[in-house]
Structures are given as structure tokens and as C-alpha cells.
Design a protein around this ligand. Structure first.
Ligand code: NAD
Length: 439
């Protein structure tokens, strides 16, 4: 099939590359010329495992191209995806300006029947708005479909190629659009993953409900961990005990330093806002958000309690990206933690395997960004583990002790075993588990 993807960010690029991988001819459109130029030069603007090889393969076979020319891409396409950002507006709602701008431009370009697919995360009712924006610009026939994306950054290619399910919202009776979407997704659902056809409102809401329940689990477990610390319980035991109940399941039960990223924070806010606009106060989500805000400060509070004051201390930070296997720092807890430490007079030396350049843009010279993990430890009064990259899991603890001024670790991701760290002479704080120390 001929496909155009408008918006070549995390979602659009993965979508375009994966659709090209199954033999479709894909034009990825972006208004950002520098991004298009980078991609044309064979370089990736983002880090995502497996993506680069896939992009290079399809570009070489001329199934995938990058352009700023939206009309030409749209006119060649049977299906046009809108995969632009829907950032948080000032009042918490999803800002639809980019989605609607693309809808208008697509409307102006249409020359024949085309299916326009909302891939961006958008509030209920957006499919209707997109339909109206296109209809204002054209007399050509078209369908608007809602197809929310559930991929996870860090495993985006895998998630897209092997989805748990594909959600497709179409207008009742729009068999033509439904058939095209089924055909497009058939290669990705061979293993039995269902294509769930529904109305557009349900599809749009499904995405927000999914992210909201995941954010709720995170905040819930963070609160369980905080209670564990007060009552002397170990959240690892509690997590395993509850996770083995099949009604609960084992995923998303890990406490940490709060959720971040480009999706959970903004999607929770947007769901709160559009529920409120409809006269419904979504009380649980208000609490989920408040818990998350305070959880981001918790590691810094533990440091302050340990040292008395952070003034003049040097803190090493391992991990800046909002989660492992990505260079994305949008709404990353690390940003809040660094600000908190600097405000209290500490110096920060930080290392991340992929997010160093992103971090440079955020922190400038306020933070010493190190090229190697151990460099961050030189002269540090403590190490804070903020993102659970795999290469932090089995470090050379002896070397760490030698480099650090004092052997203290604040582990925001519970990646080490407290008893082991105690035996190695570290004072070790983690989340929801007893502190390990030789004293
Ligand atoms: P992004 O910011 O990485 O990419 C958006 C791209 O759209 C940018 O390259 C931008 O230049 C481009 N763009 C904006 N306006 C344009 C226009 N008028 N014409 C052409 N290009 C335009 O965003 P993202 O992370 O890929 O997210 C896109 C959408 O997908 C959002 O709604 C997001 O909530 C949703 N989503 C994201 C993820 C994720 O993990 N990042 C997962 C699922 C859903």
C-alpha cells in the first residue's frame, strides 16, 4: 500500500519504518527540515533499539523516504497517518493545533478517496474535529479513523511489530476504511493479536484509559513502598506476593522515582481535563498525579536526611532519560531531582548511556555530564541511581568505592541487593526496602 505518515517523531518514524518493513511504500513527512535532512543522510534523530537498521534497509530498497512535501506525499497515499505531537496545553488539555493544522493541509491536498488516521493521542471527539477540518478544505471523499498507538519507547519497534492488540476506531458502517485498516495491519497480527474494531470515541478513550491505569499502578506502588519504609516491610516481598495473584499480575509493580516521559504525565492531565469539561471529577487521577509529583522529590529528601545538608556535596547521578533504552528526557524525574539537588547547594556529576546530548540542552553547564559511568563517581559523596539502564546492574563495586569520597548509594530503582551492598561496605538506600548499612 501507499502510505504517508505526517510527523516523523518517535511514533511517526517507528510507524513509517515498520510499515515499510512489511513491503508498503511509505513517505514520512515532517515540517522540521533539519530532521528530514538528518534522516536522508542516514542518521537517526532519536535512539530506539533496532530502528536504524530497519530504516536503512527500507531506504536502500526505496520503500521508505523522508520529505517536507506534504501535498505530494498525501496525493500518492491511500492511507495518511497523523502522528504529530499533542503537547499539554496551559490548562492541562491536549493541544490539538498540530493535528488540526495537518488535517487542514491534508484536506487541501486530497485528490481522491483517502483514509486519514489519527495516530496521535487525542481526546474523545478529535476524530470529528479532524473530519470537520478536512471537509472544510475538500470535496473529495475521505474517511477518518482513530488508531491510537500503544508502543513503549525503548521497545518501540518490537511493540509495533508484535502488538498485544491493534485498536481501530471507525464510523459505523464505514466498511471501506475498516477493510483497508485490516489489510494494513494483517502482517502484524498473524500471531493472533486481535484487531479491535470500535467507534472512534471508544478508540480515543482507550488510549487515555490505558496510560492512566498504568500511571495509577505506578503511583499506587510508590505509595505502598513509602508505607513499607514506615512499617519496616520490604516492598520486594509485597510486590511478589501481590503480583503472583493472576487478577493483579506482575507488571508495573515496581516502585521508583515517579513516572515521566512524553505520555503518562500529559495523558493523565488530559484525561483529568476532558473528564472535568464533561462535568466529571476523576478523583483517582488527581491523586495519581499528586503522588507522582511528590515521589520525584523523595530520593533527594533521603539524601538530605542522610547528610543533614547537601550544601557542598557532590552527587553522582546514573541515568537521566525518563526510562532505559531511550534518549528521551521529556518530563524525566531526573530533571526534578537535579533541580532539587542544585537548589540545595549540591554539585551534580551525571552519566547516561544515550541522553547526554539531550541533557546538555536542558542543564547547560549546571551539571557535569560525564562520558563514562565511573567518571561521574570521581569524588562523589553519594551515587543516585535514577534510570535502571542494564549496564548499571552489575558494576565493579570495588572500583566504585575507590572513586567515591564516601560509599553511599541512593537507588531510586531498586537494582541492587541490600545485603550484598552492606557486605561491600556501602550505605544503601532504596525505595520501600530497609536501609542497608554497616552502622
Ligand atoms: P514527537 O514530538 O517526537 O514528534 C512529532 C513530530 O511531528 C515532530 O518531528 C514535529 O516536527 C512533527 N510535526 C509537528 N507538526 C507538524 C506538521 N504540521 N507537519 C509535519 N510535521 C509536523 O512526538 P511523538 O513522541 O512521536 O508523539 C506523537 C504522538 O503520538 C503524540 O500524540 C503522543 O502522545 C503519541 N504517542 C507517543 C508515544 C511515545 O512513546 N512517544 C506512544 C504512543 C503515542
Amino acid at each position: 500500500m501507499q502510505i504517508a505518515v505526517v510527523g516523523t517523531g518517535y511514533v511517526g518514524l517507528v510507524l513509517g519504518a515498520c510499515l515499510a518493513e512489511t513491503g508498503n511504500s511509505v513517505a514520512c513527512v515532517d515540517k522540521d527540515l533539519s530532521k528530514v535532512t538528518t534522516l536522508r543522510a542516514g542518521k537517526m534523530p532519536i535512539f530506539e533499539p533496532g530502528l536504524e537498521e530497519m530504516v536503512k534497509r527500507s531506504v536502500a530498497e526505496e520503500r521508505l523516504a523522508f520529505t517536507t512535501d506534504l501535498p505530494t506525499a498525501v496525493q500518492a497515499a491511500q492511507i495518511v497517518f497523523i502522528a504529530v505531537g499533542t503537547p499539554q496545553g496551559e490548562d492541562g488539555s491536549a493541544d490539538l493545533q498540530h493535528v488540526l493544522a495537518v488535517a487542514r493541509a491534508v484536506g487541501q491536498a486530497l485528490k481522491r478517496y483517502t483514509v486519514i488516521v489519527d495516530k496521535s493521542t487525542v481526546p474523545v471527539g478529535t476524530a470529528r474535529k479532524v473530519h470537520a477540518a478536512i471537509a472544510k478544505e475538500t470535496t473529495q471523499p475521505f474517511s477518518v479513523v482513530s488508531n491510537p498507538e500503544f508502543l513503549k519507547q525503548g521497545a518501540a519497534v518490537d511493540d509495533f511489530m508484535k502488538p498485544d492488540r491493534v485498536v481501530v476506531g471507525v464510523d459505523p458502517g464505514d466498511d471501506r476504511a475498516a477493510a483497508l485498516m485490516r489489510e494494513l495491519y494483517a502482517p502484524f497480527t498473524r500471531t493472533g493479536a486481535p484487531i479491535m474494531m470500535m467507534d472512534t470515541a471508544s478508540a480515543e478513550l482507550s488510549k487515555y484509559a490505558a496510560n492512566s491505569i498504568l500511571a495509577t499502578r505506578i503511583s499506587f506502588m510508590n505509595e505502598v513502598a513509602n508505607v513499607c519504609e514506615l512499617v519496616g516491610a520490604d516492598v520486594d516481598h509485597v510486590r511478589r506476593a501481590i503480583g503472583s495473584d493472576r487478577r493483579i499480575g506482575t507488571s508495573f509493580l515496581f516502585p521508583g522515582v515517579g513516572y515521566g516521559g512524553s505520555c503518562f504525565p500529559k495523558d493523565v492531565k488530559a484525561m483529568l481535563k476532558f473528564s472535568k469539561d464533561e462535568g466529571y471529577g476523576f478523583r483517582i487521577l488527581g491523586a495519581v498525579e499528586a503522588v507522582n509529583d511528590s515521589q520525584k522529590l523523595r530520593l533527594g529528601e533521603k539524601m538530605r536526611a542522610h547528610f543533614g545538608t547537601l550544601k557542598g556535596k557532590t552527587i553522582a547521578l546514573w541515568g537521566l532519560a525518563f526510562k532505559p533504552r531511550t534518549d528521551d528526557m521529556r518530563e524525566a524525574p531526573a530533571i526534578v531531582i537535579v533541580d532539587q539537588l542544585l537548589a540545595q547547594g549540591a554539585a551534580v556529576r551525571a552519566y547516561d548511556p544515550e541522553a547526554t546530548e539531550t541533557a546538555r540542552g536542558i542543564f547547560g553547564d549546571r551539571v557535569t555530564l560525564c562520558q563514562r559511568s565511573y567518571d561521574a563517581l570521581i569524588g562523589a559523596d553519594a551515587l543516585a541511581v535514577v534510570t535502571e539502564w542494564n549496564n548499571f546492574r552489575e558494576p565493579d563495586f570495588k572500583k566504585m568505592r575507590e572513586l567515591m569520597k564516601s560509599p553511599v548509594i541512593f537507588d531510586g530503582r531498586n537494582i541492587y541487593a541490600p545485603e550484598q551492598l552492606r557486605a561491600l561496605g556501602f550505605t544503601y538506600y532504596s525505595m520501600g526496602r530497609p536501609t542497608a548499612s554497616l552502622d
